[in-house]
Design a binder for this molecule. Sequence first.
Ligand code: SAM
Length: 229
Amino acid sequence: MNTNMFSSGNREEAVAEYYKLQAAGYHHKYYRNDSEFDECIKAESELLQNTFRGLDVLEIACGTGFWTEFVAETANSVLATDVNSSMIAEAGKRLSHLSNVSFSVADAYCLNNVSEGFTGAFAVLFWCHIPRQRTGDFLAILHGKLLPGSPVVFICQLEDSDVKTHKTDKYGNKLALRRKDGKDFTILKNTPKKNQLIADLKHLADDIRYSVFPGSSYWCISYKTRAGK
Ligand SMILES: C[S@@+](CC[C@H](N)C(=O)[O-])C[C@H]1O[C@@H](n2cnc3c(N)ncnc32)[C@H](O)[C@@H]1O
């Protein structure tokens, strides 16, 4: 492997660009004919549905809206956001029949044009892409959109499958090489441990709970926002 491929550059933009190209085929990854995987999806969707029942939920990085659809079954409303209009277009097409779901193109690191006052928030498979050095800013912006005491859930992967492509940058971020449509991308693929996640959250959250979905490679952290944080 050519190590120069781990070029520096804006990592957040590389992640966004990489997924922009995946929008059309992304949804298929959830249909694998794998009963363990399906069990995990069931456990994840139940947790999300129970957590957000009756709430007004802000979803970060919704992709094609796979999780949006589950949450919309029990939530009062869902605003599903993603930086890529290609993803929002796919999600919008799939979920146009759901009257309590709306969509907005929004960058998770600024959430411009997203109103305040939500009573819950979640993101699936996004935490791994947040630069370690931006975790605090990301959370402050997200929490600024939520009422105090709102539940928040993040679900992400324990390990990346192709660890051989990893390097670590000066902030401790793991970098992974990806190729899509003939283009090379260096994307962030962090796999934080429980202690790290709790350290990131404990000064701004209450009731923090960490778990790993049984038989799966997915972790979940849930908590409630604290007033003024
Ligand atoms: C691994 S996919 C997960 C999609 C969806 N949550 C799911 O689990 O199916 C990561 C998503 O993050 C979105 N994304 C990347 N950078 C973003 C950013 N800065 N703000 C908001 N969304 C972003 C991508 O467009 C992509 O839809």
